[in-house]
Design a protein around this ligand. Structure first.
Ligand SMILES: [Mn+2]
Length: 321
């Protein structure tokens, strides 16, 4: 983001724990100093904000069926208008690389924005979303990704958006599969503005649907083994116009086996090499090791999927003997 900034950007980073504030501030100071040294990120600045009080609130939400690989800190997006004292902002997830100037889209839309603007997600066929859409009389084929959002904070404050979003979570805990994203889609289904896909190229941009964790695991596994077609198909999504490349599903490129399991990982490594301390970069680089990575990931995803993988491999072995 700072590397490509053509206009001075004021960056706010919201962290879920007070102890993160000092660490993240220190790392970001190093990154910005490094970038300034190569003539990048001129006049940009940042502030790290502590979201711990809101995390306490989030922990009191009813237990739900949301995807275990999504962090509860995602719900902090409900409270951005309370944490940041600005009229309007561009929100960006941390699991992205920015490949162009974000000041351009901010300047273009922020003054006229009604509530929020976001990029669509083609994966609207999921049962939980169909159910939410039918209960609330929403447009079922409209569903957006909350990884990048232009937000009119003044309007969100005035309409008490946080309370509306919390109500959705409390009323439909079992349907909040994608955490904050499902609640935002309920409240802003008919109120959001569509944003060009280039500002959030994510896993479902092209209509690929591999949302089931099991399917993702299998496809991911095949992908590691064959560096296969899914990887190549996803790769085609990022083009010369792409401004934000969003690693929205799992694993992330910097996680063990992430490099092999998904497209565009090389882009993350390219920028990591510029901003990270060489020792830190080397650690991430070594995690690309394919040997143990497959099983490490299997353990991470959970017991169910380990069992599923054993069945699959058992099947393969039986068939081949
Ligand atoms: Mn994300």
């Amino acid at each position: 983001m700072l590397y490509h900034a053509k206009h001075p950007l004021r960056v706010y980073v919201v962290v879920p724990d007070e102890s993160d504030v000092a660490n993240i501030s220190r790392s970001l100071t190093q990154v910005l100093t490094k970038l300034n040294g190569i003539g990048r990120g001129a006049a940009c600045s940042f502030e790290v904000l502590n979201g711990a009080d809101y995390m306490d609130r989030i922990r009191s939400f009813p237990k739900n069926n949301s995807r275990r690989d999504l962090t509860s800190a995602a719900y902090l997006k409900f409270y951005i208008q309370k944490l940041i004292d600005e009229d309007a902002i561009l929100y960006v997830d941390v699991d992205v690389v920015v490949l162009g100037d974000l000041g351009e889209v901010a300047n273009k839309y922020l003054d006229s924005l009604e509530y929020i603007a976001a990029v669509g997600n083609s994966d609207t066929g999921q049962q939980h979303w169909r159910t939410l859409a039918s209960i609330h009389d929403l447009n079922p084929v409209s569903y957006f990704n909350t990884g990048v959002m232009l937000m009119n904070l003044r309007e969100l404050r005035e309409s008490r958006a946080d309370e509306l979003l919390e109500t959705v979570v409390k009323d439909h805990a079992e349907l909040m599969i994608h955490k904050d994203q499902d609640a935002f889609n309920v409240i802003f289904n008919r109120k959001h503005w569509p944003l060009d896909q280039k500002y959030n190229v994510h896993d479902f941009s092209l209509g690929l649907n591999y949302s089931g964790v099991f399917e993702r695991f299998i496809l991911g596994g095949l992908n590691i083994l064959s560096n296969g077609m899914l990887h190549e198909a996803l790769k085609e999504q990022v083009g010369p116009d792409t401004v934000v490349c969003h690693y929205s599903a799992q694993p992330k490129p910097w996680e063990p086996n992430g490099y092999y399991c998904r497209a565009h990982s090389d882009i993350w490594f390219r920028y990591a090499k510029i901003v990270l301390d060489p020792a830190e970069y080397a650690t991430f680089h070594s995690l690309r090791n394919i040997g143990s990575a497959f099983w490490f990931r299997a353990k991470q995803i959970g017991q169910l999927h380990i069992a599923a993988a054993r069945r699959l491999i058992g099947g393969v072995i039986r068939r081949s003997t």
